[in-house]
Design a binder for this molecule. Structure first.
Ligand SMILES: [Zn+2]
Length: 343
């Protein structure tokens, strides 16, 4: 099969299209014919060697996969070859106390497709049958591939960790990013008032289209002052933080008393300045999160299949242009997801 393979860490040019052997499904695994695979920042970190752990080279990136079941390693009720599917990106042991409590993303054996194990920048991928989510025929492979990782992440941030409530003010940084566009929509579904930031007027317009009530240009405006003004000096009840160093301090200063900040990443750098007097005097909660459970993904998927959450696909490129896709991602000029199409 064809795959975009990396043999070392480095820039986009380390992605090489080449022929590799088809993977073979073991018992309780499935072989999936990949039709679409969406990019995530995790791919860029992994390519650069900054994801916190190195894969075994040669390695195939790609966490978010949609396609067709091609073969089953062993029969599984309800699954058969030819079926259209999207894949849950996380795998776990299924036996430990975390897995049995439904906290599979805290399993010590938790792995992410395309991070520690081969992913979807290929014509075929193998994964556990438990990761298969049947895809209704009304959904394209591209829009399905754009869904799992960022909606799972944003769902856990807002619903499970921050426990967002009706009428709360939620600040979402970088609404044009995958997590941003997911968070704007999920916060609206839960009845929050969403204040979204973006770096261009076009992106602000798209954020409004997705449901943001108010928008702030984070390149030209004073975000902290604007949040205070928009909330009658109260501040945001919840801040969705995934930018890191460039926004962290402003995120803290934007919080209301008893406000909750949830972070899932640090795209601009790992260090954030926190004035501890704000933390205690305003009784803030700072929370970290990583991916999400399969159950959380299924909850979010129910709303996706009901068309109450939708993915935004910025561009669809052939697998052979994986390198260019990474360049687009790193330039940050896009709104929504970049998807590789695998013929
Ligand atoms: Zn486990």
């Amino acid at each position: 099969m064809k795959a975009a393979v990396i043999h070392e860490h480095g820039g986009p040019d380390v992605l090489r299209l080449q022929e590799v052997a088809d993977p073979t499904p073991g018992p309780a695994e499935v072989l999936v014919r990949v039709r679409a695979c969406a990019l995530n920042h995790l791919d860029v970190w992994n390519r650069k060697g900054l994801a916190g752990r190195s894969p075994t080279f040669p390695h195939i990136l790609g966490n978010d996969i949609a396609g067709e079941l091609e073969a089953l390693g062993s029969p599984v009720a309800g699954l058969e070859p030819g079926q259209r599917v999207m894949l849950s990106p996380g795998t776990s042991c299924g036996r430990c106390r975390m897995c049995l409590a439904g906290e599979d993303n805290s399993c010590r054996q938790y792995r992410v497709l395309g991070l520690q194990v081969p992913g979807g920048y290929a014509q075929r991928v193998v994964c556990p049958a438990a990761n298969v989510i049947p895809l209704p025929s009304a959904f394209s492979f591209e829009e399905a591939a754009a869904f799992p990782l960022v909606f799972l992440t944003a769902w856990r941030m807002l619903v499970t960790r921050a426990e967002v409530r009706l009428g709360e003010d939620v600040l979402v940084w970088a609404a044009g990013s995958g997590v941003g566009m997911a968070a704007v929509q999920i916060a609206k579904v839960f009845g929050a008032r969403v204040i979204a930031t973006a770096g261009t007027e076009a992106k602000l317009e798209q954020a409004r289209f997705l449901g943001a009530d108010d928008v702030i240009n984070h390149r030209t405006a004073d975000v902290v002052a604007e949040v205070r003004r928009l909330t009658g000096k109260k501040g945001a009840d919840v801040v969705i933080e995934h930018v890191g160093e460039a926004t962290w301090e402003r995120s803290i200063l934007s919080l209301a008393h008893r406000g909750r900040l949830v972070t899932c990443g640090a795209t601009t750098g790992p260090r954030g300045m926190t004035e501890l007097r704000h933390l205690f005097s305003k009784q803030l909660s700072l929370m970290g999160t990583y991916m999400g459970s399969k159950a959380e993904l299924l909850q979010a998927a129910d709303l996706f299949f009901a068309r109450r959450l939708r993915t935004v696909v910025h561009a669809v490129l052939p697998l052979a242009e994986a390198r260019h896709a990474h360049e687009i991602m790193e330039a940050s000029e896009h709104f929504g997801k970049i998807v590789l199409r695998t013929e």
